[in-house]
Design a protein around this ligand. Structure first.
Ligand SMILES: Cc1ncc(COP(=O)(O)O)c(C=O)c1O
Length: 451
């Protein structure tokens, strides 16, 4: 990748970003959203008034808002669109499936079977699998399976790890204050004490902390659930191997939440990349290629607990959903993973990410800004007031989050779209031109940051 950087390009780059342009139609959309949707939003993220927009369409690494403003996308459907938006293969597969029917209920269909074959071919832990609609369902069912398998209730989760929106996941995901391990802090109102009592919080990259928890709760621990790369924090050498050993020693299930890392680091996910095989894994995002598809896969003896022929028997674990294995999503997923199977895909993805990181680092250095670009593979992040790669959640908390949020809003105004304050992605669709325009936008945002 050769991408030129700097202010010289700013004059010729596409006119990216909102930069004050907002049509009456889009303003009417904002007004309707405010009256109909809590906070005017569909989910948990909200933007500054002069940076927010309404999506109109997306293609490749770019999207356009209702006012016609253009953006380069590093959020990518929260990391789902690794092929870029509206990729031809996925589009074709979806259209072909539409003609055959879009929904059959959770009954066997060939696209679902094909997807299960592809996943099992590549992902080391997967002997059997189940499909869900969201990643949150996938981690929820992985935890339930682990509890059913072990007959135990407690789980270890890491501070700062995100496993979705359910009660067992929304504990110490983004705590604003430090608690003493293993006590967790709920991230939302509405979590029953009973759920809180079963979730033990440990420090990521700290095997002593996990081992101590396993000892203190011997015979009660059902699972250790971990994001193999926690948000943007890489595992120290030996950390994932150490978790494997502790899980084996204490008879609990090791769950890798591969909803972000799956098909992003390698076809076999983080478990292939780092060479450590969990008992169960949860998948989402890339798996569905932008459709609502997620899943749980792993050891046959654990997965078989949800075999419906055992319904009503002791030990049976309920896992079902109207949209499980939905053929439209399955077809998009098969097309997406088939594209990723092409030789050289991951080298290309990693090279693009490295070119982006290097270019952004050069701009930061030129402006003398107190920030670092961190991350590995196609995952990257910007941290203000940090000196290098973080090793746990508290390192991230020590960085200047307020400055990052303000900078991210400016990036959005300039047409460089990220999920504000969060780790970011890159896709196979990002071209040299996309990177050049992004560098110019980043450069402009850096100039605004200066006093
Ligand atoms: C690691 C991880 N696990 C679980 C989830 C939940 O997935 P979903 O938003 O599809 O419910 C996410 C979503 O961002 C995630 O990043």
């Amino acid at each position: 990748m050769s991408a030129a950087i700097g202010s010289a390009e700013a004059a010729t780059r596409a006119r990216l970003g909102r930069q004050g342009r907002c049509t009456e139609t889009e303003q009417a959309d904002f007004a309707a959203a405010k009256t109909l949707l809590p906070g005017g939003a569909l989910g948990g993220n909200q933007f500054a008034e002069d940076a927010k927009f309404v999506f109109a369409r997306a293609a490749g690494a770019r999207f356009w808002d209702v006012s016609g403003n253009e953006y380069v996308d590093y959020c990518l459907g929260s990391g789902s669109m690794v092929l870029g938006h509206a990729h031809e293969s996925a589009r074709r597969a979806i259209i072909e499936q539409v003609a055959k029917g879009t929904h059959y209920f959770a009954y066997l269909n060939e696209p679902a079977l094909e997807l299960a074959k592809i996943v099992a071919r590549h992902v080391p832990c997967v002997e059997k699998m189940r499909f869900t609609v969201s990643g949150s369902e996938a981690t929820f069912h992985a935890i339930r399976l682990a509890r059913g398998f072990t007959g135990r209730e407690k789980i270890v989760k890491f501070e700062g790890a995100y496993h979705g929106n359910h009660d067992y996941a929304q504990i110490s995901t983004a705590p604003k204050r430090e608690s003493n391990f293993p006590v967790g802090i709920p991230d939302t109102a509405g979590i029953p004490q009973g759920a809180r009592d079963t979730v033990l919080i440990a420090r990521y990259n700290d095997l002593d902390c996990v081992r101590q928890l396993a000892r203190d709760n011997a015979g009660e621990l059902a699972a250790i659930i971990v994001e193999p790369i926690q948000r943007i924090i890489s595992p120290k050498p030996g950390f994932l191997e150490g978790l494997r050993k502790i899980a084996d020693e204490f008879g609990c299930v090791l769950i890798f939440d591969e909803i972000v890392t799956g098909w992003r680091l390698a076809l076999g996910g983080a478990q292939e990349y780092f060479g450590v095989t969990p008992d169960l894994a949860s998948f989402g995002k890339i798996l569905g290629g932008g459709l609502p598809v997620a899943g749980i896969g792993g050891r046959a003896d654990i997965m078989d607990l949800c075999d419906p022929t055992n319904k009503g028997q002791p030990g049976f674990v309920y896992q079902n959903g109207t949209l499980n294995g939905n053929p439209l999503g399955m077809a998009a997923a098969v097309a997406t993973l088939t594209e990723l199977e092409r030789p050289g895909t991951y080298a290309q993805l990693f090279d693009k990410a490295e070119a982006l990181r290097q270019g952004l680092r050069r701009i930061i250095a030129r402006h003398g800004i107190d920030a670092v670009i961190v991350g590995q593979g196609p995952l990257w992040h910007l941290l203000f007031g940090a000196s290098g790669e973080p090793t746990d959640y508290r390192d991230i908390q020590r960085a200047d989050g307020k400055k990052l949020l303000a900078f991210d809003m400016e990036l959005m105004r300039q047409g460089f779209f990220v999920l504000p304050g969060n780790r970011r992605f890159i896709s196979l669709a990002h071209t040299d031109r996309d990177l050049e325009d992004s560098f110019a936008a980043f450069d402009a945002a850096c100039r605004k940051l200066k006093p």
